[in-house]
Structure formats: structure tokens, C-alpha cells
Design a protein. Structure first.
Length: 439
């Protein structure tokens, strides 16, 4: 027969349990730091993004003799992608990377509470690697605050939240390693990035980089998948500009500054009195352009743009794409031994200048004919003349974009105007061929 527990024994057990619970809560409160607070505050607004797309399978398998003779249609295989995003508006507005959703036929968003919603693309831009999505919900969704990146300090603590390799709600932390970072990878120039040592892996793309107040100060992008201690994020100030453009127009409107820039050779830098290893020189300013109105002159050295250094002419061109029409930016130029800050406000590219752009850069005059652009004239000595283009040739595509009407032709050229070359699909009679022209 068991000995009954005394009243004092019961009280002792209760007291020990109460003390243990109180101690655990006190210990948890002691361990609660700023990173824990950021995660608890913002993680409900971080989402997992899954995509579906179809691509031609490289493996057709065995085909029947009839299929061999007539040519079997390409087999399609369904591909899946993954990434992250962050809700920045309770009405269901989500920011992510363009490369996360590019080519997707379906986009699924999984919220922190486990709900899965279908997302629509409001707009996306490959040049800035940003996309804006929209999901519908009967109740307001948890949203993070889009902060500012202009006051970031090297060494300050940051937190990244996302779904690397499909592992949702993964948290990493580190510091801001650098700002205004420009580098080249995979044949592309990436500019104006926040660099951090917080781990950012495939699947983190599109997720938020946060400061200790829980504000989104960047959108993570996994550029170097094998990097150790090197992560990058698109700064919040740039995100806000592009997000506003995508929300209002569905795309980033081509903007016009009116500056032609070239790299600084050591000899040219000495002639201009510029003793730094960065910068680009203004080779031409288009009359009446925003640059002209801002007071920029030929021979000015472009030193800084939007608060960070300009490394070379390509860096200037690439970074200028991050400022849509009406989004002003400060430009520091060096002239006659001194520096001055000029405020430049890009505007939409004037349509009347498209014809001049086509004629001056390519040597072509075109008009729409039968779903393509027909070459009406070729300027002698131009790049088009050198490759053998002739009046009557049809231009069907520009940089793999269909140009069935003047508007699409203009848009394709505007998108390519900062590039060094342009790819044309030309039809002459029954034959089609590609030509690449310097641009």
C-alpha cells in the first residue's frame, strides 16, 4: 500500500514547478536580443514563392517512323522554382526578385501561417532584378515596413530571412560589409548593391534584408551561389523607385538623361586634372536634355551618382537604369579643378528622338510592313551598311523581341540604347538570318 503524499509535499511540488516556469521565462527574457525581436516582428510578412514553368525536354525518347519522318513536336517538361518574398502592403503587395518568377506559368505564395495563395504579377524588370506581385486575401496581411538604405553604416547588424534551398523561415545574421558595391559576374554588371556577410543562398532570393529596427533595407539576391561570407541585396531606396514604377505602369519606363560617357584613360585623366582611379568622362550632352538643363558639360568627370562612386562608363550607364523617369538623383562632377553637385531629373525618352537614334546609331530608316519593320533607307558608311543591309529587308525581331509595330520597335531600341550591340533578326525573301550591330 502506497504511502499518501502529505499536504506539504504537494505544496512543495507546486512551488518547484512554479519556480521552474518562472526561471525559464526569466532566462528566455535574458536571452531575448535585438535579432530575436526582429525575427518575431517581421517573419510573418516573409513568404515562400514556388513557381511552375514549362520547358522543352532535351530527351525526346523513342519516336515512331512517322514521327521521325514528319518531325515529332517537342516534348515539354514541367519545371519548378523557388524563392522568397516579403509583403510590404497589407493588401497583398509582395516584392521579390525578377529572376525568381521569370518565365513562370504559375506562381504560388505560401504565407507564414501555412496558407497557399495564387499570385499575379503586377510588373517586373530584369535590368533591376525586381518584381511586384499581388495576392488576394479576405483579411489584411502582415506587412513589413520598407525602410531607407541611404543612411546605412558599414558594420551595422543586419538580418536576412528567406527560404534557402526550400527551407522556409531560415534566419541568418551578419553586418553590412559594404554599400554601393559594383561588380561583374556571368557577363553582366551588377551595381549599387549592399554587401553583407549574412548567408544568402539560392532560395533566399527575393527575401528581406532587415536592420535592427525590423525595417526592410534591402531585397536579397543570390548571385554567387558558392560564395562564403559574401551576400548581396538591392538597396531599399532603389527598390522603392522601381516598385513605384512597376506598380503604376507594369514596367520601368525608359528614361532619358542625355549623357554620353566614356572611360577615363590615364592620359585623359591627367589632362582633365583628375587624380582618382574611378570615374567616367562626359563625351557628349544632348541639347535640351535633362543633363543639359542640369548644367552638365562635355569634359566633366562623373565622380559620384546617388551617393556612391562611379567606377567607369558602363557603371554609370547601368546605374542610370535604376532611376526611372521623374526620379531625381544627385550627380557629383569634377570640372576645372573642383567638384560640384548637380541635381538631374530623367524624363521619358521623347518619341521624336527614336528616328534620330535609329539613323545615327544604326544607319537605318524603317517603317511598319506586314508585321515587321521594313528598311526604307540605309545610311552610307553606317554599321548597317557595313554588314550589307539593304532597303526592302524586314526586321522581325530586335534583341529577341518581336517588333510588329513601331511602338514595340521603339521600346526594343530604347531598352538596348545603353548596350554596346543590338541583335536583329532580318528577313530577305524566304531567308532569315541574325546580324549583330554595334550600338
Amino acid at each position: 500500500m502506497k504511502k499518501p503524499v502529505s499536504r506539504w509535499g504537494v505544496l512543495l511540488v507546486v512551488a518547484l514547478a512554479f519556480t521552474s516556469g518562472t526561471s525559464a521565462r526569466a532566462d528566455q527574457a535574458r536571452r531575448r536580443n535585438e535579432i530575436v525581436e526582429v525575427v518575431q516582428k517581421v517573419s510573418p510578412a516573409v513568404v515562400f514563392i514556388g513557381t511552375e514553368s514549362e520547358a522543352e525536354s532535351p530527351f525526346r525518347g523513342r519516336r515512331s517512323p512517322m514521327e521521325e519522318f514528319f518531325g515529332a513536336p517537342p516534348q515539354r517538361q514541367r519545371q519548378q522554382g523557388l524563392g522568397s518574398g516579403v509583403i510590404v502592403d497589407p493588401n497583398g503587395i509582395i516584392i521579390t526578385n525578377d529572376h525568381v518568377i521569370r518565365g513562370a506559368s504559375a506562381i504560388h505564395v505560401v504565407l507564414a501561417d501555412g496558407r497557399e495563395l495564387e499570385a499575379d504579377v503586377i510588373g517586373s524588370d530584369a535590368n533591376n532584378d525586381l518584381a511586384v506581385l499581388k495576392v488576394s486575401s479576405k483579411q489584411a496581411l502582415p506587412a513589413a515596413k520598407l525602410g531607407t538604405s541611404s543612411d546605412l553604416m558599414i558594420g551595422e547588424t543586419v538580418v536576412a530571412i528567406g527560404s534557402p534551398f526550400g527551407l522556409s523561415k531560415t534566419v541568418t545574421s551578419g553586418v553590412v560589409s559594404a554599400t554601393g558595391r559594383t561588380f561583374k559576374a556571368d557577363g553582366r554588371t551588377y551595381n549599387d548593391f549592399i554587401q553583407t556577410d549574412a548567408a544568402i543562398n539560392p532560395g533566399n532570393s527575393g527575401g528581406p534584408l532587415l536592420n535592427v529596427d525590423g525595417d526592410v533595407i534591402g531585397i536579397n539576391t543570390a548571385i554567387f551561389a558558392s560564395a562564403q561570407g559574401i551576400g548581396f541585396a538591392i538597396p531599399a531606396d532603389k527598390v522603392r523607385r522601381i516598385m513605384d514604377e512597376l506598380t503604376r505602369f507594369g514596367k520601368v519606363r525608359p528614361a532619358w538623361v542625355g549623357i554620353e560617357a566614356q572611360d577615363l584613360s590615364p592620359r585623359l585623366a591627367r589632362q582633365l586634372g583628375w587624380d582618382r582611379t574611378y570615374g567616367a568622362v562626359v563625351s557628349d550632352v544632348e541639347p535640351g536634355s535633362p543633363a543639359d538643363q542640369a548644367g552638365i558639360r562635355r569634359g566633366d568627370v562623373l565622380a559620384e551618382m546617388g551617393g556612391s562612386r562611379i567606377s567607369d562608363a558602363e557603371d554609370y550607364v547601368t546605374r542610370a537604369r535604376g532611376y526611372p523617369a521623374r526620379a531625381a538623383f544627385p550627380l557629383i562632377v569634377f570640372r576645372e579643378g573642383g567638384q560640384r553637385t548637380l541635381q538631374v531629373t530623367p524624363v521619358e525618352f521623347p518619341p521624336q528622338l527614336i528616328e534620330a537614334l535609329t539613323w545615327n546609331r544604326l544607319g537605318l530608316r524603317v517603317k511598319p510592313v506586314r508585321g515587321a519593320m521594313s528598311v526604307q533607307a540605309v545610311r552610307p558608311g553606317s554599321v548597317a551598311d557595313e554588314v550589307g543591309l539593304e532597303p526592302g529587308d524586314l526586321i522581325a525581331r530586335v534583341n529577341n523581341q518581336s517588333v510588329a509595330e513601331p511602338a514595340s520597335f521603339q521600346e526594343a531600341l530604347l531598352s538596348a540604347r545603353s548596350a554596346r550591340s543590338v541583335l536583329l533578326l532580318v528577313q530577305r525573301g524566304r531567308y532569315r538570318y541574325h546580324v549583330t550591330l554595334p550600338f
